[in-house]
Structure formats: structure tokens, C-alpha cells
Design a protein around this ligand. Structure first.
Ligand code: PEP
Ligand code: MG
Length: 594
């Protein structure tokens, strides 16, 4: 047994495989860092009996330093006159003196002989778990204090002293219970090679952000943090959803081969960059890109997309954790617009709410956030916020082709109110002599079943539709899009969804407007034959998927897809629909489906 941190795993055994849900493609190999209860699990290693006293000394020193740090913090807070805040830290000091915890740490160290960080981490985790299970709001609240103190002590124990627990200085694969979209957006893609979570789903915004950042990710690995600990070497397969612990040489060789095959396909697709997504019999589809950050515009251009079909602006609001002003927004949007010129950009107004939770200043806790204060509902109730965004979008429309799109439209009234704000913002800008595109087009996302049902009426009020299948599926099938427990019921190819999509596209065409699709379904090339068959006008997908979807469209024949679509609409089982579409896809582009 070693008494220094291992470079090899501390748990024994050969290769083990754990199946999760793949949500962001790519392969990552590296050392695991586990995040538990909001803080990082330390590296574990065994210590010899004679090292026990020195481990206890390290612990004692860390406690003394932590007490000093808390006293210092209290002093600063008192000096700034915030007396009640300073008293919170009295509770933290009491935790550091709690004999039951300290005795359990020494007893566990003697008995189990793991390094002191591991012993302390495990004791604190047990302590927090037991408090959480007690039906007392006061005790549950105390978990936050305990976590805070535990993090301080672990920082002191950590090699390198005060390293922040949120950042790890070396490349690693992160394992966590769950991650928020902003946790993901803040990741340093150079250091986080991939991540795996116990919870999550394909259409969660955490997964969407991972894909846009090119970070391989697997979710739905229940209980993985009990089985895999910090320091283990793993391979994470973001294509199939496998997490492989201690991969053998043979597995690594297989994966190198797979990566070679995948990059050969990608290299071939580069040739398509300057071509259009047009079927063999001449039906053209506009293929545009979804982005979450302005810096993705170069990837949009490189991918050969015809502009941006969905700019999810809420991530711009979320990252600085404060609301950007009108000028800052106008600059951000103009940057994207100039980068993709002469193609256009569809800028969607704020869609905070649901799992894109809250930014400072518009925080609101709800029992059912996906059914609550979200998207256009929030914008209409916060006119100052909304109008500053609309004005910024209008200003960016002077730089190049811009369209405005509203999220979560559920009825005519919302569209009319939102349009009225656009008109009055235009008046303001006109009076101020600020240039903008007088003819700017306005679109509605069709992602709420009520909007789908009245699509014919909505078509008379807007210039285009963009179908948000991520939400349309969850709301139509009553399946939470971020809940992995019901992920099997989240079926894009459900007969009800197929019918709704056809109805929406037909309503758009009868109303002489175009209909696009910007949910994750747009990038699922198994379903491209059906979407072509119902006459979709635009598909908007993550930039990395553009070449693949373009190639799929080019290999299809629109007439055959129309026949397939009418056949599919008469089928009544999701599995049959998927099989039928997959059959056509396999026939026309098997090389894209590896
Ligand atoms: C959708 O719902 O399909 C969509 C594109 O919007 P978001 O994923 O941001 O909710
Ligand atoms: Mg949506």
C-alpha cells in the first residue's frame, strides 16, 4: 500500500462498463474528478498505520487554519456593519468544534486508513445525508452551512492549499449528480474533457450546451458516484453512452479505430461546405445553425450553414449572472450578424425559465418551472427587460439580415402583445434617428400544443414558424424533457408528434409563410426522410451536425419522402415509425449512421 496520492486507481478490478444515455458525441479518456454535494471528491489513497498520527496532524492544522479564516471573514463583515451576517459564521465555527464529527473522523481514520481528506469527506457526506433526511426545514437548511465549512477544510487539506473547489487544474472527466446549463457553460473545455451525470436527458439545456461546446457527455448514470471515484481512469463514449472504467488495451484500440472511422466521414463531408441542402429531385431546404454563444458564429460559417436559425440569447444573460444592458446586447447581436453575413440570424428573445434557471434579478422559484413563468410570459411581464432586448435586436438589424422570434407562444394574444412592443420600439428608434430594418420579419416558435392546434390562426400573424420539438414533445406527451426516469417515453416519433408536425407545416404553407424546425429532432438523420416528406422549409441544428444533415438531404429524393410521410402518418406505433424512417435512412446514407 502506498501513502502518497496514487496515479493508478485505488479500487481494484478489471475493466467495467456502465450504460447511460449519450447526449453529446465524442470520446474522452482521462482521470475522473467526482463532484458530490456541490464539492469535489478528493483523491483517495490508503495510508500505513504509522502515518495515522501525521494525517491527524494535517487535519488539526486544517481546522486551525479554517477557524482563522472564518474569524477573519467575520471581522471584515462586522467592520462593514453587517452584524446579522457575521453571526452566521458563529454556526460555522460550532461545526468545526462538533465533537461527534471530529471523533468519527479520527475513528474512521484508525479503522479504515484512507487519507484524511477521504475520511473527512465521507464523514461529512454521511452527516449531510442524515440531516437531509430529517423532516425539519431548519436542519435541512443547516446542510448548506455544513457544506460550506467542509469545503473550506478540504481546501486547506488539498495539495496546493487554497485551490478553488470548482476548478481543477488538470484535464479531467467530471462526474456529478447533475449539472445546470450555466455550470456547463462555465466549463473550461480545455480542462473538462467530458462529463457524466446521474441525472439529465438529451434535450436538457445542459446537454445542448455540452454539444455546442463540443464536450462529450453521458447522462442518466444512476449511482455512478458510488462506483467510480476521483482518480480512476475512464473512457467516456458520448456516441453510445458507455462509461468504461479502467479500459483495457483492446478497448482503447477499438476506440481509436472508431475515432478514425468517424473522422474519415467528417473529412469527406467538408467537401459539402459550399453546397446547398437540396434533394436529388431538387427540393431545397434551408439548413441553418443553432447557437448559444456569439463566439460560435465562426463555427457556423465553417460548417457551411446558411445562417443562424436559432440564437438562444438567454445564455448571454446567464453567464455574467447579471442582465446585460441594451448597448452590450446590440453589440453582441451585431457581432453574430456581421460574422454570418450575407446569411441571416434568427434571434430568439429571452427564454429564461424551465431548466434555464434563473439569472440574478429575474429569479423566481416555482413548483413546475416548465409550466410556469417562462419565455414570452416573462418578457411580457417585464417590459423594460423585453424592450431593451427588442431595441438591441432592431439595432443589430441595421448591420445585416435579422429576424426576431418569440419563444413559448401559446396563443394569439401573446403574439399581438409582443408585436405591439416591437412596433413601439421601432417608433422610438425612428424618433431617435437610430437605423434598423423596417421590414424585419417576426416569427413564432411553435412548441406549445395549443399553438400547434391554432397554427392556421397564428400563421396570419407572423412571417414564419420555427417548430421547437424539444418542448413540443414534452408538452404534448406530458413527459418532462429533463427527467431521465421517463426518458423512454420521450418519443420524437410518437404518432401524435408526427401528425402535429404535418399539421403545423401545412398550416404555415396555407398561410403563405415558411416553417422551420429547430429542436434537437432536426439533427436526427434517421428522421430526415419524414421531415423532407412533410415539406419542412428549414432545419436548424448545432453547427457540428450541419455537414451530416446536408449530406442526408442531398441523398434523399423528395417524392419518395412524401410517400414515406403519408405511410408514416398511418402507422400507430412509435417503434414502427422509427423503423420505417430508419430503413429509408439506411438505404440512402448508411455511411452517415455509423
Ligand atoms: C425547442 O424547444 O425545441 C427549442 C429549440 O427551444 P429550447 O430547447 O431552447 O427550449
Ligand atoms: Mg423550447
Amino acid at each position: 500500500m502506498s501513502d502518497s496520492p496514487p496515479t493508478t486507481p485505488c479500487d481494484e478490478g478489471g475493466e467495467t462498463r456502465h450504460q447511460g444515455i449519450p447526449v453529446s458525441p465524442g470520446i474522452a479518456r482521462g482521470v475522473v474528478v467526482v463532484r458530490s454535494d456541490g464539492f469535489l471528491e478528493p483523491v483517495s489513497y490508503r495510508v500505513r498505520a504509522e502515518r495515522v498520527p501525521s494525517e491527524l496532524d494535517r487535519f488539526e492544522a486544517a481546522l486551525v487554519q479554517t477557524r482563522g479564516e472564518i474569524h477573519e471573514l467575520q471581522r471584515e463583515i462586522l467592520q462593514s456593519g453587517r452584524k446579522s451576517e457575521a453571526s452566521i459564521f458563529d454556526a460555522h465555527l460550532l461545526i468545526l468544534e462538533d465533537r461527534s464529527v471530529l471523533d468519527e473522523v479520527s475513528a474512521s481514520l484508525e479503522k479504515e486508513r484512507w487519507n484524511i481528506e477521504t475520511v473527512f469527506f465521507r464523514v461529512m457526506r454521511r452527516f449531510m445525508d442524515s440531516l437531509r433526511s430529517i423532516d425539519d426545514p431548519y436542519l435541512r437548511e443547516r446542510v448548506i452551512d455544513i457544506e460550506d465549512v467542509a469545503k473550506r477544510v478540504l481546501r486547506k487539506l488539498a495539495r496546493g492549499g487554497d485551490a478553488m473547489e470548482k476548478t481543477v487544474g488538470h484535464a479531467h472527466i467530471l462526474l456529478a449528480l447533475d449539472l445546470t446549463p450555466s455550470d456547463t457553460a462555465e466549463m473550461d473545455a480545455e480542462l473538462v474533457l467530458g462529463f457524466a451525470t446521474e441525472m439529465g436527458s438529451v434535450t436538457s439545456h445542459t446537454a445542448i450546451v455540452a454539444r455546442s461546446m463540443g464536450i462529450p457527455a453521458v447522462v442518466g448514470l444512476h449511482g455512478i458516484r458510488e462506483k467510480v471515484h476521483t482518480g480512476r481512469t475512464i473512457l467516456l463514449d458520448g456516441y453510445s453512452g458507455l462509461l468504461i472504467v479502467d479500459p483495457t488495451e483492446e478497448t482503447l484500440a477499438q476506440y481509436s479505430e472508431l475515432e478514425r472511422a468517424k473522422s474519415a466521414v467528417v473529412e469527406k463531408l467538408v467537401e459539402l461546405r459550399h453546397t446547398r441542402a437540396r434533394t436529388s429531385d431538387g427540393m431545397a431546404i434551408t439548413l441553418s445553425a443553432n447557437i448559444e454563444f456569439a463566439h460560435e458564429s465562426s463555427a457556423v460559417v465553417d460548417s457551411g450553414a446558411e445562417g443562424v436559425g436559432l440564437y438562444r440569447t438567454e445564455f448571454f444573460y446567464m453567464n455574467p449572472r447579471a442582465l446585460p444592458g441594451e448597448d452590450e446586447q446590440a453589440e453582441n447581436y451585431a457581432r453574430v450578424v456581421s460574422a454570418v453575413n450575407p446569411h441571416g440570424v434568427i434571434i430568439r428573445t429571452l427564454d429564461i425559465g424551465g431548466d434555464k434557471m434563473p439569472v440574478e434579478g429575474v429569479a423566481y422559484q416555482e413548483a413546475n418551472p416548465f409550466l410556469g413563468w417562462r419565455g414570452i410570459r416573462m418578457s411580457l411581464e417585464l417590459p423594460d427587460l423585453f424592450r431593451s432586448q427588442v431595441r438591441a435586436i432592431l439595432r443589430a438589424s441595421a448591420v445585416g439580415k435579422v429576424r426576431i422570434m418569440f419563444p413559448l407562444i401559446s396563443g394569439l394574444e401573446e403574439i399581438r402583445k409582443a408585436r405591439a412592443h416591437v412596433e413601439s420600439c421601432k417608433d422610438e428608434l425612428r424618433k431617435q434617428g437610430v437605423p434598423f430594418d423596417e421590414e424585419i420579419q417576426i416569427g413564432a416558435m411553435i412548441e406549445v400544443p395549443s399553438a400547434a392546434v391554432i397554427a392556421d390562426q397564428l400563421a396570419a400573424e407572423v412571417d414564419f414558424f420555427s417548430i421547437g420539438t424539444n418542448d413540443l414533445i414534452q408538452y404534448t406527451l406530458a413527459v418532462d424533457r429533463v427527467n431521465d426516469r421517463v426518458a423512454g417515453l420521450y418519443q420524437p416519433e410518437h404518432p401524435a408528434i408526427m401528425r402535429l408536425l404535418k399539421q403545423i407545416v401545412d398550416a404555415a404553407h396555407q398561410g403563405n409563410i415558411w416553417a422551420g424546425l429547430c429542436g434537437e429532432m432536426a439533427g436526427d438523420i434517421h428522421l430526415t426522410p419524414f421531415l423532407v416528406g412533410i415539406g419542412i422549409d428549414e432545419l436548424s441544428v448545432s453547427p457540428s451536425l450541419i455537414p451530416r444533415v446536408k449530406s442526408a438531404v442531398q441523398k434523399l429524393e423528395a417524392a419518395a419522402c412524401r410517400t414515406l410521410a403519408s405511410e408514416v402518418l398511418s402507422l400507430n406505433r412509435s417503434a414502427d415509425i422509427r423503423e420505417r424512417c430508419k430503413g429509408i435512412a439506411m438505404e440512402h446514407y448508411p455511411e452517415l449512421l455509423i
